[in-house]
Ligand binder design. Structure first.
Ligand code: HEM
Length: 304
């Protein structure tokens, strides 16, 4: 399939450049306004009272346990595959192959959709293991707020980020409040939303009218895709901050499960990026998806 896109005119390019310059200017003004605010007595008192750390239960264990490291990696890996196969499901006009279920003969779908559903199941299983271990280990209290003070502290962190004078919290012991809120939202709001709406759009959702009424297809679609965009936006900001606030130390925490700063975390992270790039490319190959798909049904590859 070939796309021919009209080239932008020079007026459009100029408007675009002015737009970008205006955005930079507004952001710059924002930094100065917030810096001005933070130098007033009111805000100095506020930041002293709420420095930005997430309130912490005394019983919360320190550090990143090994299970967080590997479930976190698998989560990112499966997410890459989910996004790639999801894009295929949305944009492909003609399937590169068809899968028909052995169990339910009427169940038939493109290989791209089969791949999407298959990695969804793996991603969900990994998520269930992560959440179960989170509660068994007591690590849950690091990402679930336990005190209302999380909100003023999160505002404090936000102001400090905007002022470009970034909080240097010790994330091995404790996350900052904004970090904690973003983690709890991604794990306990965004992931379940993606799962529920995905289940609604899948072939295994019950067809009886009562079930259909609980969550209309249109609504599920309108939530499912923006949830994916939210995940992507989260990852961009999350990885940006990980790299901008002491990359080696943060990567040692998450990828080597240690507070000792060395290049180990970085190299493990780099290896996972290579795997993700391979996964991204593999997700386009219907002849590869066909192999596992054939274990669960019959597969027909189609010429494009
Ligand atoms: C490959 C890209 C990624 C990198 C480099 C990365 C890096 C990190 C690091 C370094 C931490 C610990 C922060 C610290 O010690 O200050 C962390 C925590 C976390 N990340 Fe990521 N991350 C990535 C992708 C993702 C994705 C895709 C998600 C979810 C959609 C995610 C969700 C989380 C969560 C929930 C935590 C808190 C984990 C806990 O303590 O239980 N990350 N990440």
């Amino acid at each position: 399939m070939s796309h021919t896109r009209a080239r932008p005119t020079w007026i459009q390019v100029l408007i675009g450049l002015f737009g970008v310059a205006a955005l930079v200017l507004v952001a710059w003004c924002g930094v100065f306004v917030v810096r001005g605010l933070l130098s007033t007595e009111l805000f100095t008192t506020f930041i002293t009272r709420f420095p930005g750390d997430a309130p912490r239960l005394a019983s919360t264990p320190e550090g990143i346990p090994a299970f967080v490291s590997w479930t976190h990696f698998l989560n990112a890996f499966f997410l890459v595959l989910i996004v790639r196969t999801g894009i295929r499901v949305r944009t492909e006009k003609r399937a590169g192959g068809l899968w028909t279920s052995t169990r339910v003969k009427k169940r038939r779908m493109s290989l791209a959709l089969w791949g999407h559903v298959a990695v969804d199941v793996l991603w969900l299983a990994n998520g269930v293991v992560f959440v179960a271990l989170l509660f068994i280990s007591g690590h849950w209290a690091r990402i679930v707020p336990t005190d209302w003070d999380v909100f003023p502290n999160a505002l404090s962190v936000l102001l400090q980020y905007i002022s470009l004078d970034w909080p240097t919290e010790n994330s091995w012991v404790n996350y900052n409040a904004l970090q904690q809120l973003s983690y709890v939202v991604i794990v306990f709001v965004a992931a379940p939303l993606a799962a529920i709406t995905g289940y609604r759009l899948s072939a295994v959702y019950p067809t009886s009218p009562a079930w259909q009424r609980i969550l209309p297809t249109e609504l599920a679609k309108r939530i499912h895709y923006p949830t994916m965009l939210f995940f992507v936006a989260f990852v961009v900001v999350h990885v940006g901050l990980v790299l901008a606030t002491g990359a080696l130390r943060n990567l040692s925490h998450m990828y080597a499960a240690t507070d000792q700063v060395s290049w180990w975390g970085f190299w493990i992270f780099a290896a996972t990026v290579v795997l993700m790039v391979c996964g991204w490319r593999a997700a386009r190959r219907d002849d590869w998806i066909a192999k596992p798909a054939a274990w669960f049904g019959s597969v027909r590859l189609l010429k494009r």
